[in-house]
Design a protein around this ligand. Structure first.
Ligand code: ATP
Ligand code: MG
Length: 224
């Protein structure tokens, strides 16, 4: 499903070049649950941005469902993101002063799905993440763990095959982090492909495979 071949990424800013990824190759099959670990600055988020078609590599090839997407333009990448990928970020990235329900409905609005269908799907997803009693709460009236559950429901709204999560439990309390990880485990059992960045061993243990990155290179890739 995902095939990365000799991916490199160099950022150039004001004449200063930063090599974030040197030469990264790996594959992820449909239905895998992978954790990506590594020290701060090792290139994890950079890799996640490339995996999520939010950015393009400076070298190498990235095949998603056998299509080389490393050289697509911004519009084409946006289409890939909408159709195939759900994102979960450390800082939730919900719209503030907007209800949980509306936050989950939003990606479906961009896709032109009818209001009734959007509402029904969003309510179903909020129920799945245990928030059926919070649908009309504004996002800023929810706890961190609840906000992240709304973000997961939103990530699922377009039925993506791949869920990408960058430190999904980084900003929430331990008890709530456990609930978040139970949701990811359930999604894995349902057959979704999950790639999750984390600093924490406890969190990585929910995955079935761990890839470690150091200095822009994969130093370990092990099954759990
Ligand atoms: N937009 C950018 N412009 C220039 N340099 C960048 C940019 N984004 C990241 N970098 C640099 O690339 C390297 C890798 O950054 P990246 O964010 O991928 O690390 P990370 O592994 O996610 O770290 P952390 O665990 O702290 O989130 C770092 O040296 C960083 O300073
Ligand atoms: Mg990062």
């Amino acid at each position: 499903m995902i095939k990365m071949r000799h991916i490199g990424k160099t950022y150039a800013q004001d004449g200063v070049k930063t090599v974030a990824l040197k030469d990264v190759s790996f594959e992820v099959s449909s239905g895998e649950f992978v954790a990506i670990m590594g020290p701060s600055g090792s290139g994890k988020s950079t890799l996640m941005h490339i995996l999520g078609a939010l950015d393009t590599p400076t070298s190498g090839q990235y095949f998603l469902d056998n299509e080389d997407i490393s050289k697509l333009d911004d519009d084409q990448l946006a289409d890939i993101r909408n159709q195939k990928i759900g994102f979960v970020f450390q800082s939730f990235n919900l719209l503030p002063r907007t209800t949980a329900l509306k936050n989950v409905m939003l990606p479906m609005a961009y896709a032109g799905i009818s209001e009734g269908e959007r509402r029904a799907k969003a309510l179903q997803l909020l129920d799945e993440v245990g928030l059926s009693d919070r649908t009309e709460h504004l996002s800023n009236q929810l706890s961190g763990g609840q906000q992240q559950r709304v973000a997961i429901a939103r990530a699922l709204s377009m039925d993506p095959k791949i869920i990408l999560a960058d430190e999904p439990t980084g900003n929430i309390a331990t008890t709530q982090a456990k609930e978040i990880m139970e949701i990811f485990s359930k999604l894995h059992r349902q057959g979704r492909t999950i790639i999750m960045i984390t600093h924490e061993e406890d969190i990585a243990r929910h995955a079935k495979r761990v890839i470690v990155i150091r200095d822009g290179l994969i130093t370990e890739d092990k099954k759990l």
